[in-house]
Design a protein around this ligand. Sequence first.
Ligand SMILES: NC(=O)c1ccc[n+]([C@@H]2O[C@H](COP(=O)([O-])OP(=O)(O)OC[C@H]3O[C@@H](n4cnc5c(N)ncnc54)[C@H](OP(=O)(O)O)[C@@H]3O)[C@@H](O)[C@H]2O)c1
Length: 328
Amino acid sequence: MKAIVLQEYGGPEVLRLQDIERPEVGSEEILIEIAATAVNRADLLERQGLYPPPPPAPRYQIPGLECAGTVVAKGERVIGFNIGDRVMALLPGGGYAQYVAVAEDMAWLVPEALDLTDAAAIPEVYLTAFDALWNKAELMPEDRVLIHAAAGGVGSAAVQLALAAGLQVAATVGNEEKRQFVGKLGAHLVINYRDQDFVEAIDQWTQGQGVQAVIDFVGQSYLSRNLQSLAAGGTLVIVGTLSGPEATINLGQILNRRLTIRGTALRSRPSYDKMRLVQTFARRTMVDFNTGRLKPIIDRIMPWEQAGEAHRILATNQTTGKLVLKVR
Ligand SMILES: NC(=O)c1ccc[n+]([C@@H]2O[C@H](COP(=O)([O-])OP(=O)(O)OC[C@H]3O[C@@H](n4cnc5c(N)ncnc54)[C@H](OP(=O)(O)O)[C@@H]3O)[C@@H](O)[C@H]2O)c1
């Protein structure tokens, strides 16, 4: 089969197709013929040698944390899938390839209304957003949440999940086009952080009460303002650290207002934990993807031979939603 194997670390030019053997399918695994995968920020780090795959080390280091395709073989203990099923899957890596073998509990059926390129845009960002909102922030319907980078892959998924559950959603974005896009998703307040300080905007919007949770991807430069934006008892969920990982905290703020800071990372957590998340997410949300209440947001679809160009584009912060790679 063909795959993009990291033979060396470096710039986007190291992403090259090569021929390797097709993976064997284990007894509890399915073999997926991949129709599409999608690009994540983590792939950019992995390409530079800064984000190794979790153990056990794979024979070939192939980026790609998600895929959609068709089941073409299955192990003898697999009970949930048949040959020919259309599936999407969360992967520890290996998505930039024509085939991948994955535990059946990391995969689920693609709703009829979606094609496989739509489905490839779902696993990584939706699972992350689902986990941040419900498992980490433990939000309840009608709570108020502030979602940063809301036009990005995870952000736009979080906005949709929060709205579908009846939450009051405030969002930040970096330009007018993205502000309009997130407004059309239905967010109640969309702040262009280049024009307005989000702490002031949240203070006005909540009449000084603050939000029950902040879902953050920015880290360092937002930490103090995120804590200021929280209501008493609120939770800050750290999903990414795009501006840097180190910051100073005023512990008094946390103590006096009983705040919580939690982190989340999908790839590094134990498999059983990911499987439980995958199964809960699939059960609760696939109906909404079928009716169109939840949508995969796709900036563009590119052939996988252009994976390097896709990495360059994602790094510019200009995308809205996901960059999907069509695998031939
Ligand atoms: N913890 C996990 O398991 C997990 C899973 C998936 C992703 N992530 C992380 O979550 C983050 C977002 O992922 P994504 O897939 O949504 O990425 P994305 O689609 O590329 O969106 C990221 C957006 O963040 C904004 N941004 C970038 N740098 C910024 C900065 N310094 N200050 C403020 N805003 C900035 C930009 O939008 P604006 O123009 O609106 O500023 C950018 O388009 C990444 O760090 C990724 O690694 C974590």
